[in-house]
Design a binder for this molecule. Structure first.
Ligand code: SF4
Length: 407
């Protein structure tokens, strides 16, 4: 089998490892995939079902909103029900405004979470809010929980932003407002992380993020963070948008940073489309990492785009069929046949590129195009081993794929 190397980024930015209930983030470990629920956390059954689905799709950490007493009360029950289903994915509580109060009032919630997400823009480290920040950090240190200092463009600490703007205005050559805002984001994250360390939280318990909604700006912000610190970094483009736009924007931004070795855990935030499964954001994140050869999650199915030379829809159907087949079989293959996730399959539409791509894959098939003999050569490890014909060609190819994995 061809192998996709793990952590192929040439110059991985060195960060301190944060162990989140056994999931190691940073310190050279594989880039972790995480996601967030969009259920009302107070709705225990709906949240359990969504966390289980996200974890089943491969999310290694799952965050949920903890916005009020009912949600905080639900968290330990959610954890309990998940454990009863053997779902051990670490849960992260997303806190804003009253996180200090919720954590203090609901100790079972604090215990059930593996990590607290704190937004300095609405809890803050300024003097007037220091006690709130302090109480969350002290609790995290006492319970040995990890913390993400998560700064967001849309809820940036306004006091800090204003003071940097004022200082900038006094300069003989003022920087652009965008440069100053970027500086405010980075200072907010790093200042809060340093404050957390002063308050007793180890560096190995701190992850930071600075989310913005524009891909080029995200790249600028994270380059600055990587230049100035060794905290583990959570990457994500916030408000990335819907459908194709959200996927492309996230992929563009994250790929640049990941290729530069920046980023220890990623979340792809997609605006939900009616009927779309929440797990989609997990699959997109996995595809980004796999396309960059940073991790392998499931066999790669290489399919040509098809063109006027493809004779029928059977080519697209076969490509889709094989893609679905490997996804379905992957949970069992992962356990029974380690390395199966690195398998490379090719499903090609005609003789132009079909045999060539098929030979490069571990196992590949080239369907007949217009004017070609109605047969489909199959290549295994670069050698032609069979020629398939007839109506149950898809089934025959599936059997050959299964046999190859088992071999
Ligand atoms: Fe078209 Fe053949 Fe190329 Fe596929 S391999 S895109 S069918 S020319």
């Amino acid at each position: 089998m061809s192998s996709l190397s793990q952590q192929a980024a040439p110059n991985r930015h060195q960060t301190v490892c944060v162990d989140i209930d056994g999931v190691k983030v940073g310190g050279g470990h594989v880039v972790r995939v995480q996601s967030m629920t969009n259920t009302d956390t107070a709705n225990i059954d709906a949240t359990v079902a969504q966390v289980a689905a996200l974890a089943g799709a491969g999310s290694e950490l799952v965050r949920l909103t903890v916005d009020r007493d009912e949600a905080a009360r639900a968290v330990p029950y959610i954890r309990e029900k998940l454990l009863a289903q053997n779902v051990t994915v670490p849960l992260i509580g997303d806190f804003h405004y009253i996180g200090h109060k919720l954590l203090a009032d609901h100790p079972a919630c604090a215990e059930a979470l593996a990590k607290f997400r704190i937004n300095p823009g609405n809890v803050g480290f300024k003097e007037k809010r220091d006690s709130q920040f302090l109480s969350m950090i002290e609790l995290a240190a006492k319970l040995d929980k990890a913390v993400r200092i998560g700064v967001n463009w849309g809820s940036l600490d306004q006091d800090l932003a204003q003071s940097l703007m004022d200082e900038n205005a006094k300069l003989s050559e003022p920087r652009s407002p965008q440069d100053v805002t970027r500086e405010a984001l980075v200072q907010s994250a790093l200042g809060s992380a340093e404050r957390a360390e002063q308050l007793g939280l180890g560096k190995d318990r701190i992850v930071i993020s600075c989310k913005v909604s524009e891909a080029p700006e995200l790249v600028n912000v994270y380059r600055l963070l990587a230049e100035r610190s060794t905290y583990a970094l959570h990457l994500g483009l916030t408000e990335a948008g819907m459908g194709d736009k959200g996927i492309v924007a996230s992929t563009a931004a994250l790929s640049i940073l990941l290729s530069e070795g920046i980023g220890d855990t990623i979340r792809v935030s997609l605006t939900p489309e009616p009927g779309a499964a929440r797990e989609r954001e997990v699959r997109v994140a996995q595809e980004i990492l796999q396309s960059l050869h940073l991790r392998s999650f499931s066999p790669q199915v290489i399919a040509c785009p098809g063109c006027g030379r493809t004779t029928s829809t059977s080519f697209q159907e076969l490509a889709m069929d094989i893609q679905n087949y490997v996804r379905t079989r992957m949970p069992e293959w992962r356990t029974a046949y380690p390395g199966a996730e690195s398998l490379k399959l090719a499903v090609m539409g005609c003789i132009v590129n079909g045999p060539g791509e098929s030979k490069q894959a571990d196992i590949g098939i080239s369907l007949p195009g217009t004017g070609e003999t109605p047969s489909a050569p199959v290549f295994v490890d670069g050698e032609k081993v069979a020629t398939l014909k007839g109506e149950n060609l898809a089934k025959q190819f599936q059997e050959m794929v299964e046999a190859y994995v088992q071999k």
